[in-house]
Write a protein that binds this ligand. Structure first.
Ligand code: NAP
Length: 266
């Protein structure tokens, strides 16, 4: 998938993309920059390795700042939101993208409580309470200016509904994100804040390196109607459409970015 080429018109609007030092998050950040959004990049590691991405976004004329923060830790989340307020004074778009796979894929009859806790903390509890904090801030911003376009976008997975018994904790965390989308969409509709879920399928990133050969084979055999790996740009384009308010009468909506994997065929 080619990178999006649009003439960028920098604006005041600010988007936070968690887990955007690499992978899908970076694809989302780059796509949003083409739409004129100033970007807060985030990861758990120091910014080294993200300089090129930061410079690329800045070269469009948009602002890009990297804030290191572990979204599973309450104090880190509070500092993240406070820093964005200090540096930008506003937040229009939150993309809950940061997430991890189990260190080891283990059958649910053997998988450990430690891995379950790790995945729930990073993939579900972190985004849940980050969203709570940001939603309260967005409500204040909307009360000050009802024309502000505030959106929250959760990156779940086809594993929100596809059972993979060798990573049950991942599936449970992503199914939880689906309910979280419905909950915040219901609660925030009265303030005009849209909440959406994007379900990526098999996307080529560091996360899928260990299963590359297996999925190469499955895709070639027809696992997905569109016979190719997805890319971070594919997900970025879907996020950009939501952030640009091209789905104004939708909330709690699920968008599959999966090459058609979700369809049942006969
Ligand atoms: N790849 C796929 O096929 C696929 C499919 C469906 C859904 N997804 C979902 O898409 C999202 C991105 O996946 P990906 O494939 O791009 O993964 P990735 O390449 O492994 O990148 C994960 C990103 O999340 C960050 N991160 C991890 N733990 C964090 C924490 N506690 N706090 C803040 N940031 C943290 C990492 O930071 P560092 O760079 O600092 O390590 C990294 O930037 C995940 O939620 C994943 O579950 C992926």
């Amino acid at each position: 998938m080619d990178e999006i080429k649009e003439e960028v018109q920098p604006t005041e609007v600010v988007a936070l993309v968690t887990g955007s030092r690499r992978g899908i998050g970076l694809g989302i950040a780059k796509a949003l920059a083409t739409g004129g959004f100033n970007i807060v990049l985030n990861g758990i590691s120091p910014p080294s390795g993200a300089e090129e991405a930061i410079e690329k976004i800045r070269s469009t004329g948009c602002r890009a700042e990297y804030i290191q923060s572990d979204i599973s830790v309450r104090a880190d989340r509070e500092k993240l939101v406070a820093k964005i307020d200090g540096q930008f004074g506003r937040l229009d778009i939150l993309v809950n993208n940061a997430g991890v796979a189990p260190h080891v894929r283990l059958d649910i009859l053997e998988a450990t409580e430690e891995s379950f806790d790790r995945l729930i903390n990073i993939n579900l509890k972190g985004p849940y309470f980050l969203t709570q904090a940001v939603a309260n801030w967005m409500i204040e911003q909307k009360i000050d200016d009802q024309h502000r376009n505030c959106k929250i976008i959760n990156i779940s997975s086809i594993n929100a509904y596809t059972a993979s018994t060798s990573r049950g904790e991942y599936c449970v965390s992503k199914a939880g994100l689906s309910m979280m989308t419905a909950l915040f969409a219901s609660r925030l509709a009265e303030y005009g804040i849209g909440v959406y879920e994007i379900r990526p399928g098999i996307i080529e990133t560091d996360m899928t390196v260990p299963v590359k050969e297996k999925y190469d084979q499955l895709i070639s055999e027809g696992l997905t109607p569109i016979k190719r790996w997805g890319t971070p740009e594919d997900v970025g384009r879907a996020v950009l459409a939501i952030a640009k308010d091209y789905l104004p009468f939708s909330t709690g909506e699920v968008i599959n970015v999966d090459g058609g994997f979700h369809m049942k065929t006969l």
